[in-house]
Ligand binder design. Sequence first.
Ligand SMILES: *[C@@H]1O[C@H](CO)[C@@H](O)[C@H](O)[C@H]1NC(C)=O
Ligand SMILES: *[C@@H]1O[C@H](CO)[C@@H](O)[C@H](O)[C@H]1NC(C)=O
Length: 336
Amino acid sequence: MSSMATLLIILGLLASFLDTTESQIGVSYGMFGNNLPSETDVISLYNSNDIRLMRLYFPNQAALQALRGSNIEVMVGVQNSELSYVAASRNNSFDWVWRNIVTYSDVKFRYISVGNEVNPSDGTLAPLVYIALTNIREAVVFYGLGNQIKVSTAIDTTLIGANYPPSQGAFKAEVRAYIDPIIAFLVANNAPLLVNVFPYFSYVDNPVDISLAYATFTSPGIVVQDGALGYQNLFDAIVDVVYSALEKAGGPWVEIVVSETGWPSAGASAATFNNARTYLRNMVAHARWGTPKRPGRAIQTYLFSMFDENNKEPQIEKNFGLFYPNQTTKYNLYFN
Ligand SMILES: *[C@@H]1O[C@H](CO)[C@@H](O)[C@H](O)[C@H]1NC(C)=O
Ligand SMILES: *[C@@H]1O[C@H](CO)[C@@H](O)[C@H](O)[C@H]1NC(C)=O
């Protein structure tokens, strides 16, 4: 090997290392509003705010058209309502990937999220997730995109049983039959687990044991000491609970991508503009540092959500936006 080639490899490794220490903040683009800007305007708003990662919950064709040629990296969902279609046959999953991914060869897809927050005890949907994952992955590989696009599913933290301290984190016994094959799939394909992480809901469910400061990254010191690891914020604790659970379920090296996190500005307990701004600003600043169990490795994190969505229910779901529907920023966040 020439010394030039060696140098290039070293520079490449260095660049990939530096890359992971950068903030990796994305924003999910939810569309449950009757007053939202056009897809083209939304893509422009991502660009003008330097938001480089987008989560789309379904392959909205107008949004994908508007993303053509842009540098925004995209996580796109197979909606829960489409799981039965893509699980039914390889032909269907190939068709889904062809229509929504392959035909948009100038869109930078990074992840396909197969199902969002499927409840493991849902006898209709839960049995479809693993089959849908493998079918979609086969199609992605068939079309030559296996290295570019990771296939995974997004879970919520109701799958967790033990959660304190973080090292004790474990999946509930009754979800292991559901999650273990999924974890094995992620291990085999070197794909991350997508996790929706909401310190807000942990806090409002238990304001006696959890302080607002711990939930919003403003504790002055360690709040939870867990062996050698100290936790100063609830976000880290929740992510590390899931890392502990993964370790105990055959996935010690599976990475976590936070596919949703946010804080509402109105409509419920602790949902104030100031709390939301504090949480979100600190979240953006924090993501690059990793968690105590995975220090120094940026946690790719998708903020939920781009806009206030007036058609969401219940009330609390309407006020998670980072922007008002008229495209004015709520919190003046700097994303990168
Ligand atoms: C396979 O999918 C295509 C659409 O891509 C459809 O036209 C065809 O009927 C399907 N074949 C079978 C056997 O399901
Ligand atoms: C945008 O909407 C917000 C919330 O309704 C409002 O406070 C703000 O004044 C509006 N901005 C513009 C430029 O219309």
